[in-house]
Design a protein around this ligand. Structure first.
Ligand code: SAM
Length: 279
């Protein structure tokens, strides 16, 4: 019997439901319920929040979230093999777990969520970055979520919190730090997962804030994507395809056209996005 609820241990759940991990689904499971409760706690007090979880799998983190008192968890899982195990958890926590079967890139969970919403997930590696960028760049702000507490490969986590001037600094850092406060909350070694991945992982916590500088999110995304795609080039060359008069626009933003993407602060990227958006 596990320490945090009356459900069977996760190893038993996995054996009973034949949940052999599939690489194609990015499946690396957390089986230690003390650890999943600790991850859930990184999201703060959840007793007055709905939680969106992407990829609950056999439900280790889901159980952590519920045991830590989340008001309601909405979990989106693509692998149908996990549904019976998740149904068992829903039975143990009546009315507090809604499982949506489908691909997180196409399922819209909005109808099932009541604000305030926090997102907590051990993300599948293959879609994690794409989901993060979507959550960070909705057309309207504040977003539907208050905070994101997300597991990534450590290298991706470092890119999210990176400061200008290094190799890790790129589009993810600019988008994340423009209107949220990201920090690395926990480091996890490969042994924390079954099966063990090759790389270390980290939990990143991002709390939504007011935008630090005005900018259009779609334009900022486009500018950062182009600038960092050719990060070794000077900005006037990397951004040539964006606007024919990019040098003049860089000048007006107060940025020397000979500088490179990784030297620019978030304030400078936002100034550039405003100049690029200007007709
Ligand atoms: N949360 C579980 C845990 O911590 O043990 C499982 C995490 S595992 C890294 C990722 C989970 O995401 C798997 O259960 C996998 O089936 C699911 N998944 C993969 N791609 C998905 C997608 N596009 N949409 C929803 N779930 C997905």
């Amino acid at each position: 019997m596990s320490a945090i609820d009356d459900l069977p241990p996760l190893r038993t759940v996995i054996a009973d439901h034949g949940l052999v991990a599939k690489k194609s689904m990015g499946q690396n499971f957390l089986l230690d319920l003390n650890l999943t409760a600790k991850i859930a706690r990184q999201a703060g007090d959840l007793s007055a929040c709905d939680v969106l979880e992407i990829g609950p799998g056999p439900g280790g983190l889901t159980r952590g979230l519920l045991a830590e008192g989340a008001r309601h968890v909405v979990a989106v899982e693509k692998d149908a093999r996990c549904l019976p195990a998740l149904a068992q958890i829903a039975d143990a926590y009546p009315g507090r777990l809604t499982v949506l079967h489908g691909d997180a890139l196409s399922v819209d969970p909005a109808a099932h969520l009541e604000p305030p919403v926090r997102i907590v997930s051990n993300l599948p590696y293959n879609v994690g970055t794409e989901l993060l960028v979507r959550w960070l760049t909705p057309p309207d702000w504040p977003p539907f979520w208050q905070s994101l507490t997300l597991m990534f490969q450590r290298e991706v986590a470092q890119r999210i919190v990176a400061r200008p001037g290094g190799k890790a600094y790129g589009r993810l850092a600019v988008l994340a730090q423009w209107r949220s406060d990201p920090r690395i909350a926990m480091d996890l070694p490969p042994e924390a997962f079954t099966p063990q991945p090759k790389v270390h992982s980290a939990v990143v916590h991002l709390a939504a804030t007011e935008p630090r500088f005005p900018a259009d999110p779609a334009v900022l995304q486009q500018v950062t994507a182009m600038a960092f795609n050719q990060r070794r080039k000077m900005l006037r060359a990397a951004l040539r395809g964006l606007r024919p008069d990019i040098e003049a626009r860089l000048d007006r933003a107060g940025i020397a056209p000979t500088r490179r993407a990784e030297e620019l602060s978030i304030a400078e990227f936002c100034a550039l996005a405003r100049e690029v958006a200007d007709d």
